[in-house]
Design a protein around this ligand. Structure first.
Ligand code: CP
Ligand code: NVA
Length: 331
């Protein structure tokens, strides 16, 4: 039966079958080809979407805006603090109001239950643009990027996440790798491992797809033979700045350096959802350098700018893949 995602929410990849995820990847490739060829694709003209952000963003916001405009849609951006949601209007009321005006709603913010509640009440597709627990649109871009670098296919590749292995990106990578048959390794300190219930859920999925899920604090064991080495910032949005000192101590052994990459497969690539602290050219980076003497955090600058690093392709792919998600759910 042909796949249709019409009218569906996109809240977490646990809700999607492997075939549905592969369908979104194929659609993303088609949209990328159209964009690169300069072929117009205003397939959703007359529709309107709203982007509700309770946390800051560069990639996700711009990807939704450009993708929406390329598809011919009207786009409204509501920045952190400029809507009534939360302070003066409940999530359920906000969802109903926005659902009366818009054809689709993107939400970036805090608890996963907020985006789930929006979706229950909106009556139009809701897309998760990052919550504390998950970052599903990032996953379609990440898997597209891996596919582009390993044309032999995703199944059987060894995918290693280094660092804060219980954050939204790590959780989502564990889910998508399990769904698509990759061997996922979470490598980090024992205190920062994903929740047992999510690991159990992913291992159950993995049994069906041929994937495996491994948790380890041993860097050598983790990266040996790895095809993808992925990391993310050590303190996520919404976490207190006081955590930096503790996290630096805990996570320094898991920094992705050239020595780490040298232990991976010869063809291995480096990935990062971005933004990244790979130098001191940011206010937080400079502040951390002054306070703790650390000038590179989750990844060394050498790896970040190396030929193995696919981070800018990955960032571009956010746009093509978010376009696919919106098109699939709105058409
Ligand atoms: N990767 C990502 O979601 O980036 P932004 O925070 O800039 O949207
Ligand atoms: N884990 C990061 C991802 C940013 C895209 C955060 O939540 O801040």
């Amino acid at each position: 039966m042909p796949i249709s995602l019409s009218g569906r929410n996109f809240l977490k990849l646990l809700d999607y079958t492997p075939d549905e995820i592969r369908y979104l990847l194929r659609l993303s490739e088609q949209f990328k080809s159209l964009k690169l060829a300069g072929t117009p694709h205003r397939y959703l003209e007359g529709k309107n979407i709203v982007l509700l952000f309770e946390k800051t963003s560069t990639r996700t916001r711009c990807a939704f805006e450009v993708a929406g405009m390329d598809l011919g849609m009207g786009v409204t951006y509501l920045d952190p603090g400029s809507s009534q949601m939360g302070a003066k209007e409940s999530i359920a009321d906000t969802a109903q109001v926005l659902g009366r005006m818009y054809d689709g709603i993107e939400y970036r913010g805090f608890a996963q239950e907020i985006v789930e509640e929006l979706a229950e009440n909106a009556g139009v597709p809701v897309w998760n643009g990052l919550t504390t627990e998950f970052h599903p649109t990032q996953m379609i871009a990440d898997m597209l990027t891996v596919k582009e670098n390993f044309p032999g296919g995703l199944k059987g590749l060894k995918f290693v996440f280094m660092g804060d292995a219980r954050n939204n990106v790590a959780n989502s990578l564990m889910v998508v790798c399990s769904k698509l048959g990759l061997h996922f390794v979470a490598c980090g300190p024992k205190d920062l491992m994903p929740e047992e219930s999510l690991v159990a859920q992913c291992r159950e999925i993995a049994e069906e797809t041929g994937a495996t899920v491994t948790l380890t604090d041993d860097v050598d064991e983790a990266v040996s033979g790895a095809h993808v080495v992925y990391t993310d910032i050590w303190v996520s949005m919404g976490e207190p700045a006081e955590l930096w000192e503790k996290r630096i101590k805990l996570l320094e052994p898991y920094r992705v350096t050239a020595q780490v990459m040298a232990k991976a497969d010869a063809e291995a690539i480096f990935m990062h959802c971005l933004p990244s602290f790979h130098d001191t050219n940011t206010t937080i980076g400079a502040d951390i350098a002054e306070k703790f003497g650390v000038t590179e955090m989750e990844v060394s600058n050498e790896v970040f700018i190396s030929a193995k690093s696919k981070v800018m392709d990955e960032a571009e792919n956010r746009m093509h893949t978010i376009k696919a998600v919106m098109y699939a759910t709105l058409s």
